[in-house]
Design a protein around this ligand. Structure first.
Ligand SMILES: [Zn+2]
Ligand SMILES: [Zn+2]
Length: 263
């Protein structure tokens, strides 16, 4: 059985784990190494069980814990070549870190089949990941994207578990205290997904058979879990989808481990 959850998720830090039979991959590490290790231990996962850390992009909410963690544990880091270059240039990883590019083909990481796909975001070269477990269960994760491109959608389809960002509520963002330029940046094609955009993508995925949806990377300033879930409920209602029966949708917790999804 494969297990997926987020250790923490949101603008204050992101980390997800996909595990099967004692081997695990992490996606990002945006809070401290200590906090990440404590959460992993709660799930019964030791640093030695990690086959790799996949990095989506170099923003601090995705890599803040990486440098300290890698000083104490030898775990290879996977990302696009441009992202790896950026991690090295900004000294976000120690010089001794093992950095392996994942551009192009599906590669084998500790028995997991991993492929990266580009997402539209204001980073050097942001990517999401589609991961097949050794026993063939699939996770697709896309957490920082200004819009859902056809390529992103193609990578999310028919995954057993989809983790998709639902970053902001349009009304909260527009009436909130962020300066205008930042509001524009977040809402742009290189920013983040709003709840309605995420709900529309989720609806299509559930209509094609996805049973497990994890709404991720909710903004602390511009969103609430209830609003993200409400957008999905409204989209499902219009499409005639029955939540809990046709699929399980959860909003990820900001600081805690979210309920584990096992497939
Ligand atoms: Zn980002
Ligand atoms: Zn982010």
């Amino acid at each position: 059985m494969a297990r997926f959850t987020t250790l923490y998720s949101g603008s204050s830090g992101n980390c997800a784990v996909f595990e099967e039979d004692g081997r695990a991959l992490l996606v990002d590490m945006g809070r401290s190494a200590r906090c990440t290790k404590t959460s992993l231990a709660e799930l019964g996962i030791a640093p030695e069980d990690l086959g790799g850390i996949l990095v989506t992009h170099e923003h601090s909410d995705h890599v803040a814990g990486l440098k300290v963690f890698l000083k104490h544990h030898h775990v290879p880091v996977y990302a696009s070549q441009l992202t790896l270059d950026e991690l090295a240039r900004q000294q976000l990883v120690p010089p001794t870190a093992e950095l392996i590019p994942v551009d192009g083909e599906t590669i084998d990481i500790a028995g997991f089949g991993v492929s990266a796909f580009p997402t539209s975001h204001d980073a050097a070269d942001c990517h999401g990941y589609r991961i097949a477990s050794p026993k063939g269960k699939t996770l697709a994760i896309a957490t920082d994207l200004g819009f859902v491109s056809d390529e992103v959608m193609a990578n999310l389809y028919l995954a057993d578990i989809v983790a998709l960002e639902s970053n902001y509520d349009v009304h909260m963002l527009m009436t909130g205290r962020y300066p205008y330029y930042l509001k524009r940046r977040i809402a742009s094609k290189n920013g983040h997904l709003c709840n309605e955009e995420s709900a529309a993508a989720v609806t299509k995925l559930v209509q094609t058979g996805c049973k497990n949806i994890h709404l991720c990377h909710l903004s602390s300033e511009n969103n609430l879990p209830e609003l993200a879930m409400q957008s999905v409920r409204e989209a499902f209602l219009q499409a005639g989808i029955v939540p809990q029966q046709d699929c399980v949708v959860r909003a990820a917790s900001r600081y805690e481990i979210s309920p584990v999804c096992a497939v």
